[in-house]
Design a binder for this molecule. Sequence first.
Ligand SMILES: NC(=O)c1ccc[n+]([C@@H]2O[C@H](COP(=O)([O-])OP(=O)(O)OC[C@H]3O[C@@H](n4cnc5c(N)ncnc54)[C@H](OP(=O)(O)O)[C@@H]3O)[C@@H](O)[C@H]2O)c1
Length: 295
Amino acid sequence: MNIAVIGANGQLGTDLVAAFTAHGDDVYAMTHSHIEITDRDSVSRVLEEIQPHVVVNTAAMHHVENCEKEPAKAFAVNGLGAKNLAVVAQSLGAVLMHISTDYVFDGRKGSPYTEDDSPVPVNVYGITKLAGEHFVRSNAEKHFVVRTSGLYGKSPCRAKGGLNFIELMLKLAKERGEVRVVDNEFVSPTSTADLAEQLVQLSRLDCYGLYHATAEGSCSWYEFAQEIFALTNTPVRLKVAGRGEFPAKVRRPEYSVLENQALKVRGINSLKLWQDELRTYLTGRVKSESLQVDN
Ligand SMILES: NC(=O)c1ccc[n+]([C@@H]2O[C@H](COP(=O)([O-])OP(=O)(O)OC[C@H]3O[C@@H](n4cnc5c(N)ncnc54)[C@H](OP(=O)(O)O)[C@@H]3O)[C@@H](O)[C@H]2O)c1
């Protein structure tokens, strides 16, 4: 199949390009320099040329503080950008796989959110991503809207810059010997490599609709850090950060754990326990480090 990956040099996009390529598809890796999703003409021009069977949209403005400062820009990318892709995909008869977020929920449910739960976003990022979901669902007949959370991968997240949580923890431990992490925000940390495999599988099917796709299980950021240090035998003093020690500039859901109900009902959930995905990531990291040393 012809697959257009939008945001191809991003954290998830990089692994999607690798996964579709490994499965034998013709992959068109579209970075921001190839396509501007807020511009309908740019979207039409690029996609008409490719004639994709599937368009996977990972592009987003998802730095939460920046979204709050520039809501119109966030809506242009997360809302209208998604709409442009949906309208053009529909006109070409293509499937649109659109990546969304756990931040469409307010985090007050206290147990994992399924696709049946009503979204109630609490910040501009969540509101604009929810708008994007609605645009996709109402403009593209053949769509997958896939919500995920807590991504980490070998490519850094371009919107947030710097290191992913795992690399940041390991760096801080090495430099400071003591790390303080909050224990009152819960997520399902999800490996982009595993998510990409799941998305390839889903792209082969015609059971369109809304999906949650995160690693199984959940943890606080503190527990995530604890597991990272345990699996890497890192000597560190890990402490729970005091309430108010890292004051949030923007309201966020405290508990945004997702349940992959729709994937499970269809018998196609391939995502693993978060601890297993983390172990695989850390093993790959060690391998690539020793390769660099060998070279
Ligand atoms: N990261 C997380 O923890 C997380 C959690 C839940 C959901 N998600 C969702 O997952 C998706 C992928 O996240 P990620 O971490 O892979 O993001 P990322 O690393 O920031 O990658 C996003 C990509 O989209 C491109 N892009 C941004 N604006 C664009 C525009 N207007 N037109 C065309 N391309 C544009 C970026 O290019 P430039 O950098 O060159 O602008 C970048 O290549 C997003 O939709 C996000 O909302 C992420």
